[in-house]
Design a protein around this ligand. Sequence first.
Ligand code: SF4
Length: 314
Amino acid sequence: MSLLEIKSLSKTYPGPDGRRLHAVSEVSLRLSEGEVLGVVGESGCGKSTLGRALLRLIEPSSGQVLFRGRDLTALSRSEMRLARREMQIVFQDPFGALNPRHSVGRIVGEPLLVQHRMSRAERRARVAETLSLVGLDPEAADKFPHEFSGGQRQRIAIARAIVLNPKLIVADEAVSALDVSVQSQIINLIADLRRRLGLSLIFISHDLSVIRHVSDRVAVMYLGRIVETGPTEALMQEPLHPYAQALLSAIPRPGVPRPERAPLAGEVPDPSAPPPGCAFHGRCPRAMPVCAETRPDLRTQGDTGREVACHLYP
Ligand code: SF4
């Protein structure tokens, strides 16, 4: 059984002129125990909304999220609060996510207050142990967020996320606000924690090169829908969907000359008025007449473990 199974999840919001804004449309994904699934797409493609909706930090409009076979969308508020012991989120902005008036010990230990009956001494010990796990001195517990660098603050946010020993972490652009050198330290930390704690992750990023380093499988999102999924290296070596190809061409790669790269032109369409047919057809260099009329379904490609939604692959 998958750890997580997302079934046809959608999230819409009221948009301009009474239209609905389709942030996430009929997304279906699976995540196995111990697996890292990277979700990649441009800003505004719905990937962060997907991350929040699957944890019910925002309510999905329709669809199901099965965690170990249990439908999270059917849980009451109090049942969901208990279920969240096993699933946590790390946000992009570590400073915004940490209360500047609270000590690090209080920030990291807060989930223990809500979820566990622990003595103060036990809580302190658990916080110290968790701070060590993320590479911080346990004495950091007595300091405040402003006393730390951006990378250290993200370590504090990760400590808070793992203090309850969850099974699933949603990392939403968790390294995007950091310098490149600090990014790699946090990516290494996440990989290390995954191994040591047996974590499964949904790793959301706009940056395919970051996704490549952390993920076992990748899901490419465009205008609220998944357009391609597959094992990371297979997808990186030979992306099938023209949008995935364009995202990959934007990454400088050793040995690939610049003229062979074709960065993506144009804007993501308005999600309150998605175009008919394939939502990418206005930007796609390989668009055909059918693309403007019929939306391609996500289809399995043989036994490669890959799926693509594109009329080029019937
Ligand atoms: Fe391009 Fe058509 Fe494929 Fe869409 S369906 S990605 S427009 S070729």
